[in-house]
Ligand binder design. Structure first.
Ligand code: ATP
Length: 329
């Protein structure tokens, strides 16, 4: 018996290890396709850690930069900046051309534009999946290439377009935002993301298995799980990549309300496919073929009667048509 037990036990350990490494792989691919390795510089310090205790007066150090991030601190000082960023995945094809913008600490900047214009690439660069070829990206005044990748990712929470859920329980999927979180904290995050009632209505509640082999969740429900996960992580910087798939308007409004509460007091980059998502943004960037072709607030952009105003008119009439269909006109 013992002879049988040892190999079986070994198989169990092996299984758990394989499962863990698959989970880790899954983790890597959760947000966006494949990751090209970008290595930390030798001796790189974490974001927020300063090699010199007294930064020069008048420099960025004078602007209330944060120290290493601690949960619950809010966005104080976590300004994000793209400075003349030019980037190509492959040398032959430049994707971003001289892109500059700033997300002041605690504000939301939204990016809109046609498919392929480079919106998600901005998010990938901020998360440092790739390094820029020209220009620089700073967080709290520090070039992301100069600090540890882990600390950059620790400071950023991402709600991706298509959330990949682990083949595990709802609780695991939410708590993943902050390993070691208690059930009460998981529930609190789920309530804030307005997914708690749904979870509570399932027979096994937070123990319900989800993912490929478990309960199938709708796109909106999955995105809410991702929002709960991010709320639990409570990072100072948030990237929200709005789902392209059409949601019904009740679901859309709910997601937007959740996004608003998730982005409160955070420095947020929102990649938007529906313009209704962006009306309150501090600044809206309109991208086309890797360039910012218009920028401003919703009102400023409408007043320009340019591309944004055209996009807005188009979406309004499309929504009007959808509404007319619903009410049978
Ligand atoms: P969508 O609204 O459809 O999500 P987007 O504006 O977010 O589009 P990006 O995903 O940033 O666009 O892509 C910009 C361009 O970069 C596209 O032409 C795309 O084909 C190209 N691209 C994206 N990822 C890669 C990659 N890993 N390797 C090579 N080219 C890529």
């Amino acid at each position: 018996m013992i002879q049988l037990y040892i190999p079986l036990n070994f198989l169990g350990v092996l299984y758990r290890e394989i499962k863990q490494s698959l989970t880790d792989l899954d983790k890597m691919f959760t947000l966006m396709e494949k990751e090209r390795e970008v290595a930390d510089k030798p001796g790189a310090l974490p974001l927020g850690a300063r090699p010199h205790p007294n930064p020069p007066p008048g420099g960025e150090g004078g602007r209330g930069e944060p120290g290493p991030y601690r949960r619950g601190e809010g966005a104080g000082g976590w300004t994000v900046r793209f400075e003349h960023v030019t980037f190509a995945y492959e040398p032959a094809r430049t994707i971003l051309h001289d892109v500059s913008f700033e997300i002041p600490a605690g504000k939301t900047v939204a990016v809109v534009g046609p498919s392929g214009s480079g919106k998600s690439t901005l998010a990938r660069l901020l998360y440092r999946f790739y390094d820029v070829q020209q220009g620089r990206i700073t967080i709290a005044g520090q070039d992301v290439r100069e600090v540890t990748q882990a600390s950059v990712r620790q400071a950023i929470g991402i709600v991706p377009q298509d959330t990949v859920l682990f083949n595990d329980t709802v609780e695991y999927n939410i708590a993943y935002g902050r390993p070691g979180a208690s059930r009460a904290e998981v529930e609190e995050a789920a309530r804030a993301a307005r997914i708690h009632d749904f979870i509570a209505s399932t027979p096994k509640g937070y123990g319900t298995m989800v993912g490929e082999r478990g309960l199938k969740l709708s796109g909106g429900e999955k995105q809410r799980v991702a929002i709960a996960r991010t709320l639990l992580k409570d990072p100072p910087i948030l990237i929200f990549d709005e789902a392209t798939s059409a949601l019904d308007s009740a679901n859309e409004r709910a997601i937007q309300a959740e996004l608003k509460s998730a982005a409160q007091n955070k420095t947020a980059l929102v990649i938007a496919h529906r313009l209704s998502t962006v009306v309150d943004a501090h600044e809206i960037l309109v991208m086309e073929a890797g360039r910012i072709v218009e920028r401003g607030t919703h009102q400023q952009l409408l007043a320009r009667s340019g591309r944004y105003a055209d996009m807005w008119a188009l979406q309004q009439s499309a929504e009007g048509e959808r509404f007319a269909e619903v009410i049978g006109m």
